[in-house]
Design a protein around this ligand. Structure first.
Ligand code: AMP
Length: 441
């Protein structure tokens, strides 16, 4: 820990004042590591998850270097989705307000789903700060509505998601239209190889900081429920009476599953919002606002739609389906137990998920295996205990197979016959084992 308080940064008084108004007492780890370098004008790569305080790790030092009398764009802040861009934009507006510079600094949000012509008109006077998604910013730059050549800093937030969503080429085009000395700040949860190539092209000796988030905060509990061919919506309905969440986020894999589950839960009388990439921009904006205003007790969503969105007060994360990849379990879990609060992650699993459970347990997570019955939690056997039973059966299978007479000459249907014999022998062995057990008793 280098800096224990915000005072040790070389901030102008107006930034110190903003920090106070934000009620931040101590810089987070990523802020401690990155703020001094960003203040020095250095380019950085910050590898960290959402919730680490990365937005202010770049906003505070970048606001510190904003000029007061500029007629040109000074900062470009990009994010892969409209929601993420809007969230950054809200923080930018707050910074302008908290620094008392409403009359001095202007910011514009450039995202899709809004009228291009009107946006171009609004850009007649260049804003100091542009926040947006790469595609729409590029539209505005290419149409000549705004120039970003004057910008001194360029932020790429959630760079790995930019790559997944195919926006890296737009970013590339934007950087070509930026000054070659622009300070580049990249944030990403993971750094895939393709991103590394991209970094090499644009970043000369950046400061690279990786913040290892604990895989699971101490106040987070992980519960596992074996679905056992039941309907997930029904199990969640039973769960709802046990957990009575303040706000639960229910994850599904893909938007079709999300649609179906949300509909079923609504039919069962739960108060459910739905958030996925298939919604129109207007619908998404409305739902995000409604979630923030606590209009729902449950929100069904997909991984992509939820990524990075800062929803406060999530008491439970429910995985109606476990994700296909392990990092997504961690991302999803990270929606709860934030800022020192308690949180519970409850996952419904099937036999197909066992490799994933093994992997997560190897990574140090420990699960409470349970179920719900008559409005209460009940204990359940962990997957490996259940597997032991099948293991015994497999041993019996092996033993029975050993005793099957192997034909010297192979005739049609011989495999089927041997299998039948094996089954018969197995039954005898099971019977014998049972009577032995009874005798011992
Ligand atoms: P982020 O990772 O930028 O999405 O930030 C997650 C949350 O942490 C936001 O609600 C921020 O307002 C909050 N936050 C950021 N920095 C600090 C800090 N130094 N102290 C307390 N809260 C913070």
């Amino acid at each position: 820990m280098k800096n224990q308080s915000f005072d040790s940064f070389d901030f102008k008084p107006l930034i110190k004042q903003a920090v106070e108004q934000l009620h931040f007492i101590k810089p987070t780890e990523i802020q401690q590591e990155l703020i001094p370098a960003i203040l020095n004008g250095q380019s950085v790569i910050g590898q960290s998850q959402t919730g680490s305080g990365k937005t202010h790790a770049f906003l505070l030092p970048l606001f510190n270097q904003l000029k007061e009398q500029s007629k040109d764009v000074q900062l470009v802040l990009t994010a892969p989705t409209r929601e993420l861009a809007s969230q950054i934009f809200d923080e930018v507006k707050r910074m302008i307000q908290y620094t008392n510079k409403e009359e001095v600094w202007t910011a514009k949000l450039l995202i899709g789903g809004t009228d291009k012509q009107r946006m171009q008109d609004k850009l007649k006077t260049a804003p100091d700060i542009i926040v947006g998604t790469p595609g729409r910013i590029l539209d505005m730059v290419e149409s000549g509505a705004v120039s970003i050549f004057s910008a001194t800093a360029f932020v790429i937030d959630e760079a790995d998601l930019m790559l997944d969503m195919g926006f890296i080429s737009d970013i590339d085009k934007l950087l070509v239209r930026s000054h070659s000395d622009v300070q580049l700040l990249v944030f990403s949860a993971t750094i895939p190889t393709r991103l590394e190539h991209f970094f090499k092209k644009y970043l000369e000796n950046p400061l690279y900081v990786k913040i290892d988030q604990k895989i699971s905060p101490e106040l987070m509990e992980h519960r596992m429920i074996d679905l056992r061919h039941r309907d997930a919506a029904k199990v969640i309905k039973h769960l709802s009476t046990v957990i009575q969440p303040y706000l639960a986020i229910i994850f599904t894999n893909g938007k079709d599953n999300a649609d179906q589950l949300a509909e079923k839960l609504q039919q069962q009388g739960l108060d459910v919002g739905l958030l996925h990439g298939g919604l129109t921009p207007r619908q998404r904006k409305r739902v995000v606002k409604e979630i923030q205003n606590l209009r729902y007790q449950y929100v069904v969503c997909t991984d992509l739609a939820s990524r990075g969105i800062d929803i406060k007060g999530v008491s439970h994360v429910i995985n109606a389906q476990l994700p296909k990849e392990e990092p997504f379990y961690i991302h999803r879990s990270g929606r709860t137990a934030r800022a020192g609060l308690e949180g519970t992650v409850i996952s419904l699993y099937t036999e197909q998920d066992i490799p994933m459970l093994k992997l997560l347990e190897k990574r140090g997570l420990s699960f409470v295996y349970c179920d719900v019955k008559d409005g209460e939690w009940t204990d359940a056997k962990p997957w490996n205990k259940r597997q032991l039973r099948t293991q015994t059966a497999t041993d019996l299978d092996k033993e029975a197979w050993k005793r099957v007479k192997k034909p010297t000459k192979v005739k049609p249907g011989y495999k089927k016959k041997m299998k039948k014999q094996q089954e018969a022998i197995k039954k005898q062995l099971q019977k014998k084992e049972k009577s032995n057990r009874n005798r011992r008793k």
